[in-house]
Design a protein around this ligand. Structure first.
Ligand code: HEM
Ligand code: HEM
Length: 196
């Protein structure tokens, strides 16, 4: 029997792309497409061609430039929500629960790794629910202030995703080099379930 069934592998790789994509949109929002730095740039460049704009107008322009990119945060956000529902369904398959069985026999390190997977699932679930609430706050009858408060928490919890993702990638690369040869290719070709 394969260690990772095909549907689990497809889930893992689509999920990886979606989470990296979400982090990518946040990176762009906070760097190249930051309204703060771009509104200053617009004010300066427009004044060089004798067009004066107020700070409010420059902010509006900078946000308009950012908007098409940020739409991807929402699109990928919907994808993440759907992927988490898919992951819950996968928990009913052998591949989906395989990492969380016989935990008693695992080393301390392995227990921590598996605990970090459960932790990231809970965190991602929070990100999806809070993200959807901020996006649909009017439909849900929430005030702008309440949506803003939820956004602050969404933004704070984002740091956990930012920490987990590189740690996970470095972790599996190190495991591949050391005592878990084939750990990455197993997630590609399915690997073989170890006989107990
Ligand atoms: C792009 C580089 C990535 C590689 C090479 C990679 C590789 C792997 C491998 C080899 C495993 C199995 C590890 C084990 O059995 O303990 C795994 C599991 C996992 N990966 Fe990744 N991964 C990548 C990106 C991501 C990203 C961006 C996420 C999103 C947060 C992610 C989330 C997970 C989760 C949650 C599991 C646990 C699966 C389970 O429930 O059993 N991975 N990954
Ligand atoms: C891995 C998952 C996610 C991460 C890491 C993430 C990260 C972030 C961060 C850091 C911000 C604050 C940006 C800023 O103000 O500078 C933000 C805002 C936001 N996110 Fe997410 N997010 C995730 C998932 C989602 C999901 C699933 C949705 C739902 C569709 C969503 C919808 C939103 C919305 C509506 C905002 C507010 C944007 C605004 O104020 O204009 N996010 N997200």
């Amino acid at each position: 029997m394969k260690k990772w069934r095909l549907d689990f592998r497809i889930w893992h790789w689509i999920h990886a792309v979606v989470v990296l994509g979400l982090l990518g949109t946040v990176f762009l929002r906070k760097t190249f497409l930051s309204w703060r730095s771009n509104s200053e740039l617009l004010t300066q460049k427009l004044s060089e061609i004798n067009l004066e704009v107020t700070a409010e107008q420059a902010k509006m322009l900078a946000k308009a430039i950012r908007a098409p990119m940020w739409e991807w945060h929402i699109i990928l956000g919907y994808a993440l929500a759907a992927l988490l529902v898919w992951r819950i369904i996968l928990f009913f398959t052998q591949s989906g629960k395989h990492n969380y069985q016989n935990l008693g026999k695992e080393t301390f390190h392995k227990k921590m790794v598996k605990l970090s997977y459960i932790g990231i699932y809970v965190i991602l679930l929070f990100m999806a629910v809070s993200g959807l609430i901020i996006h649909f706050y009017e439909t849900l009858g929430l005030t702008k202030e309440a949506a803003h408060d939820i956004k602050e928490i969404h933004e704070l919890v984002f740091n956990a995703v930012l920490i987990f993702t590189p740690l996970h990638i470095i972790g599996v690369l190190l495991a591949e080099q050391r005592d878990e040869k084939g750990i990455i290719s197993d997630m590609v070709n399915g690997g073989e379930e170890k006989k107990v």
